[in-house]
Write a protein that binds this ligand. Structure first.
Ligand code: CUA
Length: 342
């Protein structure tokens, strides 16, 4: 079910991603102008070259005429390109200005890049990993930073791309015009799992957005750019690469690749979250004073619903990892790894 708005924007043409925002439409106009202008001059220059090479090729007894300069012609080929270049500059500048100045009423969402995961932090205190939820037709401003190395945040459908740099904030804004799922890429090489550093933007119809805000189940209607396909492909290629390793070793690679080790140590020292070392089979005291024994089910629950049973002494800050992000095979490998650390 596409909204009326979707029909005006949501078309992917000529190999470009679909146009999911106003800025995307504006960019594409400029892009196609540059493209066709280049085609025109390519044909003019290369065509002329071939034509002259044939017509004026070397012939017995033909002598080249003495050529004098032609001021009007020189002025013509100087002035026309100058006008064209200034027009391109002016056009590009106006699109750029539109793209960097977010409207003052834009909704702000914070984005954190870390090896190799995007997390999104909302005003109401919620943090979600690999999924950005926004309402249809409202300007959104992303305030972004990185926890480790330089990443780059890219949503092709909205034609926004911006470096995400440790130690400073950068931002982009967009107004989503097409409901559905849009793909996010990391587009700056940032280490082993750079290509798996994916996320999706869920653009929700107003009533679905209200449900999401209230923490209730909601539906994503509209377009589907292949977020889950890509994520699954990245995971299965990682799995194939790991397939010859023993299960605990696969788990060790996974907790690296998923960024878990940023917060969980393997040597018993406490970081942002509890260490993995020596927890399996042992009792942990929780925030509410109750106790739980760490087993397969507890690890699984703590990965999928980290806020459910938080260990005493730690803050409930971990984002949930859905089944799409850590599949069953990966879950088994991670559990095997944590077991092996006893
Ligand atoms: Cu993060 Cu590439």
């Amino acid at each position: 079910m596409n909204s009326v708005m979707s029909k005006a924007y949501g078309k992917a043409a000529w190999g470009l991603p679909l146009q999911g925002s106003d800025v995307a439409v504006t960019w594409d106009h400029l892009y196609w102008f540059l493209f066709w202008l280049s085609v025109f001059f390519f044909i003019l220059v290369v065509g002329g070259m071939i034509y002259f090479a044939i017509v004026y090729r070397k012939k017995e007894g033909r002598k080249t005429k003495y050529i004098v300069d032609h001021h009007a012609l020189e002025a013509f080929w100087t002035i026309i390109p100058t006008i064209l270049l200034m027009a391109i500059f002016g056009w590009g500048w106006s699109v750029y200005k539109k793209q960097i100045h977010a409207p003052t009423d834009a909704m702000e969402i914070r984005v954190i890049g870390k090896q190799w995961l995007w997390t999104f932090q909302y005003d109401d205190g919620r943090t979600e990993a690999s999924k950005l939820v926004v309402p249809l037709g409202k300007p959104i401003k992303l305030i972004m930073t990185s926890q480790d190395v330089i990443h780059s945040f890219f949503i092709p459908n909205f034609r926004v791309k911006q470096d995400v740099v440790p130690g400073m904030y950068t931002s982009v804004w967009f107004e989503p015009k097409v409901a559905g799922e849009h793909q996010v890429f990391c587009t700056e090489y940032c280490g082993t799992s750079h290509s798996g550093m994916l996320a999706k933007v869920e653009v929700l119809e107003p009533e679905q957005y209200e449900l999401w805000k209230a923490g209730k189940p909601y539906q994503v209607t509209g377009v589907k750019t292949p977020s889950s396909d890509l994520l699954a492909a990245a995971q299965s290629s990682a799995r194939l690469a790991n397939a010859k390793l023993p299960l605990p070793d696969q788990g060790a690679k996974l907790v690296q690749a998923k960024g878990c080790t940023a917060c969980h140590s393997i040597d018993g020292s406490a970081k942002i979250g509890p260490s993995y070392k020596g927890i399996f089979g042992h009792e942990q005291e929780l925030l509410d004073g109750t106790k739980v024994t760490v087993d397969e089910n507890y690890i699984r629950e703590s990965i999928q619903k980290p806020q459910a049973k938080v260990v005493k002494g730690f803050n409930p800050v971990m984002p949930p990892y859905t089944k799409d992000m850590i599949g069953e095979e990966d879950m088994n490998a991670i559990v095997a790894y944590i077991k092996s650390l006893n």
